[in-house]
Each structure stands twice: as C-alpha cells, then as structure tokens.
Design a protein around this ligand. Structure first.
Ligand SMILES: Nc1ncnc2c1ncn2[C@@H]1O[C@H](COP(=O)(O)OP(=O)(O)O)[C@@H](O)[C@H]1O
Ligand SMILES: N[C@@H](CCOP(=O)(O)O)C(=O)O
Length: 325
C-alpha cells in the first residue's frame, strides 16, 4: 500500500542558459542516478525516514530536510483545495550526493512532491495539475538555493531538455534533443554549495558578455529546433558562471583542456559544480573520456579514497517515474 517515485539527476544551465536551461540525464548502464521517495499511510502522525548512501550528508533532524518542507507545502495546497489530509510515512532514499551540481536537492523535491501526488491519486482519487506541481517544486528549490530557478526541477520532473519561459502558465518548454549524444558526468567527490556558488557571481556583466550570452543561447535553441548538432555544440560556451566558478573547482581547467583537444563536442560545469559534464556522439570517445576523468578529475581524500564517480549518460526523456511496488 505504497507508492515510490524516482527523480533523475540533471545538468542545470547546460552552459548557455544560466537558470533557464536544464537537461535530465540517466546512466547508460541502468544505474538509478537520482533519489527515490516512497509514501505510505501512517497511523502514528507524519513521519520521514532517510536512508541511502548519502543519508549521512543530510541534517539529522528530519524537519530540516527539504522533503519535510515539501510535505508541509503539499498539505497546505491540499487544505487550500479543500481536500482531506492523510497522515503519511515518507521514506527518502538519498542516492544523490549533496552539493554536487547534479540537482540533488531537486531530485528530493521532485520525488517528494510527485510521490505525494501519486499517493493521493492512487488512494484518495485526487491529484494536482502538472503545472501546480511544478510551481510547488520551484518554490521548494528556491527555499534551498536562495532564489527561484527551475533549471533542475523542470527537467527532473518532466524529462528531456527544458527551457524556462517567463510565463507562469507555461514555465517550461521541451527542446528537441540530439538522441545520439552521450553526456559524461564526472562528480569529483567534493561538496560545493549552490548558494555559495551563486554568491561568487558578479551582480552585473559587460555589454560584450551580454551579447555573447544572448547570441549563444538563441543560436543553441535555434540549432536544437533545426537538428543542427554541429552548430548547437559549437556555441555551448558559458560566459555567465564558468569564468568565476572554475576558480573553485580543482582540476577543472586541466580537464577542459584535455577534453577539448581530445575532441569532445562541448564541456562545462553541471549546475553550480563541482560535477563536470562533457558531450560526445562517439561511444568510444565517451568511454575514453570517462576513463580519463575517473583517473584525473576525482579528488582523493586523505584516506586515499574518493567519494566521486563518473557515469556515461544519455538524455533522460522520462523525468520522474513511479516505480513498481
Ligand atoms: N533532501 C535533501 N537533498 C539535498 N539537500 C538537502 C536535502 N534536505 C536538506 N538539504 C540541504 O540543502 C542544501 C542543498 O545544497 P545544494 O548546494 O543546493 O545541493 P545541490 O546542488 O546538490 O542541489 C544542503 O545544505 C543540504 O543539507
Ligand atoms: N542554475 C543554478 C543551477 C544549480 O544546480 P545544482 O545542481 O548545483 O543545484 C546555478 O547555476 O546556480
């Protein structure tokens, strides 16, 4: 008598769309790279249990977990919609490293809100619209990072590559994808807080940067619609965040130099880092890049181990999905 929802990792910004472009990704080897939330009825008040590889990276007080805030918000919206509120037990399987640039908080937020919605749909014959759910997700992501940005929650929830539009009735539009591309994701095992990585960015930019930003994003979107892969990836340059954030990412500049000379289509910082992503349409190159990043980009702790990992991914067209009971 439970529902479980999986919500996938995502690449925020995708270099050219700071806060307005995001892509959901999934490893080709079938690894579930994302969080899973399970919701069931409770006879003993609302409860949250956190399990999984990265549970110990989250506050021990579950009321400080963003999933708890998601429950409070969801209940508030149920109340506003004159629905009966059930007591629930939520289990968060925290499979995503925190502060990784893989949209870890978005994974928890999306899995929690989509999970609660699936629970009410299945057992209480009530559900919110996709847009209402996305708005709740944006609100929760803003609570964590300090400002409203949908570039992780939208692709994580809806799948594919999502472009945020300034219309509250639409929020996100799906962009056509290059199906044959691999996204090699290298998480070095160190933590970078999204809020801190936002605080180091300038508050104003030069006219030259403004022109480059507009031209790159517009050219990328146009090239996606025309299916012009060469053009799309030739402009995947980040003038807003990478010049400032790369200074706090050990080994990032060397990795970019290697990957460019080795022929990747594009490379950049996933979200606010420290995860690096690079793009190729060649399976052998994807393997080669993954091998190099594994040996050269992962940070080794004093114990000689690394909490990092590398995954060869494809775009995840599905987004959040219910898992079989
Ligand atoms: N379920 C959760 N998942 C991720 N972070 C959470 C969660 N609940 C609370 N947090 C807190 O939110 C912050 C998330 O940091 P952030 O840098 O935004 O992560 P990410 O970039 O991986 O989404 C951390 O301080 C973390 O302790
Ligand atoms: N647009 C945001 C994206 C943050 O992504 P995260 O995965 O690091 O949370 C930003 O660049 O600040």
């Amino acid at each position: 008598m439970s529902v479980s929802v999986f919500a996938p990792a995502s690449i925020g910004n995708v270099n050219v769309g700071f806060d307005v472009l995001g892509l959901a990704v999934k490893p080709v080897d079938g690894t579930l790279l994302g969080d899973v939330v399970t919701v069931t009825h409770s006879n003993d008040g609302d409860q949250l249990e956190v399990i999984g590889n990265f549970a110990n990276k989250l506050p021990s007080d579950v009321k400080l977990n963003i999933v708890w805030d998601c429950l409070l918000l969801f209940n508030k919206e149920l109340f506003a919609s004159k629905q009966t509120i059930a007591e629930v037990k939520i289990t968060l399987d925290k499979r995503m490293p925190v502060g990784s640039g893989l949209g870890s908080s978005a994974c928890s937020v999306v899995a929690a809100i989509a999970g609660l919605n699936a629970f009410y749909e299945k057992y209480h014959q009530f559900s919110f619209s996709q847009r209402a759910l996305l708005k709740m997700m944006g609100q929760m992501e803003a609570k964590i990072s300090g400002s409203l940005h949908y570039d992780n929650v939208a692709p994580c929830f809806l799948g594919g590559m999502q472009l945020m539009v300034p219309d509250p009735d639409i929020i996100a539009r799906n962009l056509p994808q290059f199906e044959d591309c691999y996204f090699v994701m290298a998480y070095p095992g160190i933590e970078v807080s999204t809020k801190a990585a936002r605080d180091i960015l300038p508050t104003s930019y030069s006219r030259a940067d403004l022109i480059s930003f507009g031209q790159n994003l517009a050219t990328f979107v146009d090239a996606c619609h025309r299916g012009d892969k060469v053009q799309a990836f030739s402009v995947l340059t980040d003038v807003v965040a990478e010049p400032y954030r790369k200074t706090i990412l050990p080994g990032y500049s060397d990795a970019v130099s290697y990957l460019r000379q080795a022929g990747c289509l594009a490379v950049g910082i996933s979200g606010s880092g420290p995860t690096l992503f690079c793009v190729t349409d060649d399976a052998a190159k994807a393997e080669k890049f993954a091998h190099w990043l594994n040996n050269n980009y992962l940070q080794i702790s004093p114990s000689g181990a690394s909490e990092g990992f590398v995954h060869i991914c494809r775009a995840d067209a599905q987004g959040a999905v219910s898992l079989p009971e």
